[in-house]
Design a protein around this ligand. Structure first.
Ligand code: DC
Length: 230
């Protein structure tokens, strides 16, 4: 399949592994846009928390998602912002209550289908780096380049602490490590589109690999994938 704007680069992996940071850097290097699908789950979870919609009720959450006006206005850099009913969401999406709720609602089949449809529309034309848990395995099984980015839970907890501190938000290493381990179990153990490495994804372990090296490796894979397409 030839896409008008370029290829689809799918980056999957566990919570806090740096998919967004790396994905944005790769997107900037190759002139692509960047889509964080986690932000979409977070936005819906945030709205459900704000409006008191039951976080276990798949049909109620899908109804809520359908009622909302989803927009992705141009943000800073290659990543668009998420806006719901005209409200741009930013810091609220990083709250731990939102992280927890998003992981919960991401178990639900109807919610996942809604998100998948929205994500397919966002990436179909190509020229996009899309990160999440199931992009290579479920949303874009036909992605021209798939990367599975991994790192130990401890390394990810340390990075998350640094990230929260830089945002002036409270950060406790032990609590965060605990969250990460629980979220890994929930994301990998769920029935609907669990976090898995697609068989044709390139595995990159970034536990001790500097970020620039990770970016460099993906850009190299991109050059090869693109050359194959032309
Ligand atoms: O990547 P993140 O932490 O922002 O994602 C928030 C939650 O959304 C995460 O716990 C799992 C879920 N998610 C998912 O199930 N599938 C995706 N493609 C992206 C995120």
């Amino acid at each position: 399949m030839t896409r008008p704007k370029g290829i689809v680069i799918a980056i999957d992996g566990p919570a806090g592994v740096g998919k967004s940071t790396v994905g944005k850097l790769v997107a900037a290097r190759v002139g692509y846009s960047f889509v964080s699908t986690g932000k979409m789950y977070r936005a819906l979870a945030w709205k459900a928390l704000e409006t008191g919609v039951d976080l276990e009720a798949d049909a109620g959450l899908v109804a809520l998602a359908r009622r909302l006006k989803w927009e992705f206005p141009k943000g800073a850099g290659p990543e668009a912002d998420v806006s719901l009913d005209g409200r741009r969401l930013d810091r609220e999406l990083s709250e731990e209550r939102v992280s927890k709720a998003s992981s919960g609602i991401a178990r639900l089949a109807g919610v996942r289908l809604f998100m998948k449809d929205m994500q397919r529309v966002a990436g179909l034309d190509g020229g996009v780096v899309m990160e999440g848990r199931d992009i290579g395995s479920n949303v874009f099984p036909d992605a021209e380049l798939k990367v599975y980015l991994d790192a130990s839970p401890q390394a990810r907890a340390e990075r998350r602490v640094a990230q929260l501190k830089s945002l002036d938000m409270p950060a406790n290493y032990d609590e965060i490590l605990d969250f990460i381990i629980k979220r890994d179990a929930q994301d990998s153990g769920r029935k609907n589109n669990p976090l898995v490495k697609a068989p044709d994804a390139h595995y990159i372990d970034s536990t001790v690999m500097p970020r620039e090296k990770v970016v460099e490796s993906i850009v190299e894979l991109f050059e090869r994938a693109r050359a194959k397409k032309t």
